[in-house]
Design a protein. Sequence first.
Length: 148
Amino acid sequence: MIVRTMTGGDLPYAYAIALRSLDEFYLPEVFSFFMTQWPAGQLVALDPTGGVAGFLMGGRLDGNRASVSILAVDPPHRRKGIGGALMGEFIKKAAMEGRTVLQLEVRTSNSDAIAFYERRGFRRTEVLREFYNDGGDAARMILFSGMC
């Protein structure tokens, strides 16, 4: 598996994965915004045939912080280390830019995703009520660079 910086040509594939994988709907313009805001923070993982198997979209926040905004792995490629590889590469890229605090939001009902992030050192810091469009709650999770 190869993890590399996302290109504009990868956007339709990443968007299709998001539609198949996520329960939150994102407009295509959101993906374009992330590409413009921080090109190096957008990653794809390729399967052995060179197809996009997963992606991570990150954002720069104020100060020394960065966010994992969207992470998705195509269902047939799950549980093969792709999410972990994407996260590992994102942590490296953020650290190279001096981003020492990473944050993300995840549905409080998504115990698999919460466990995934906790295995990578993220800790829950707060619950954001009615965070999602359908009224679902989110847990904010934080990773400090000393734990990367």
